[in-house]
Design a protein around this ligand. Structure first.
Ligand SMILES: NC(=O)c1ccc[n+]([C@@H]2O[C@H](COP(=O)([O-])OP(=O)(O)OC[C@H]3O[C@@H](n4cnc5c(N)ncnc54)[C@H](O)[C@@H]3O)[C@@H](O)[C@H]2O)c1
Length: 122
């Protein structure tokens, strides 16, 4: 489909027979919301998270069109396992979503302290 086809911008377009791997953070706030949206559009979803219970809860909520995977995105063998198990469950991966990060302040601490010093001078 050409990129300027109106269908390319139809985000409500269903995704029947498509499968998605929501990797790392799939059981968290954003990952769970993305998983729900993909499932609502008709996709089968593999929910991967460091916390097995979170992954299970998120997949359970989506019913039998979802599987839960537990592992750490920092470990290559775990990521390889996510891919292998998703392909084993659904036969393919059409969409990959990565939703994990360390959190914490968006501004580096050093820059923050410099701006604090500057603000004290003014
Ligand atoms: N929520 C927001 O408004 C917001 C805004 C901007 C950026 N972010 C960033 O987006 C990311 C996700 O946000 P969220 O609100 O969904 O967080 P969350 O804490 O609700 O979920 C994060 C999930 O990631 C999992 N996780 C952590 N380390 C992992 C690892 N090494 N491997 C696999 N899974 C791992 C956790 O078990 C948890 O289920 C974070 O990095 C956050 O800083 C969030």
């Amino acid at each position: 489909m050409p990129w300027d086809d109106p269908g390319m911008n139809d985000f409500a377009q269903p995704l029947p027979d498509r499968s998605a791997l929501v990797i790392g953070g799939g059981g968290g706030g954003i990952g769970r919301a993305v998983s729900r949206a993909l499932a609502a559009a008709g996709a089968r979803v593999a929910v991967a998270d460091l916390d097995p219970q979170r992954a299970q809860e998120a997949a359970h909520e989506l019913g039998d069109r979802a599987v839960a995977l537990a592992g750490d995105v920092r470990r290559r063998e775990d990521v390889d396992g996510f891919v292998e198990r998703t392909v084993a469950a659904f036969g393919r991966i059409d969409c990959l979503v990565t939703v994990v990060g360390s959190g914490g302040p968006a501004t580096p601490r050093r820059r923050w302290s410099i701006s604090r010093r500057r603000s004290r001078r003014t």
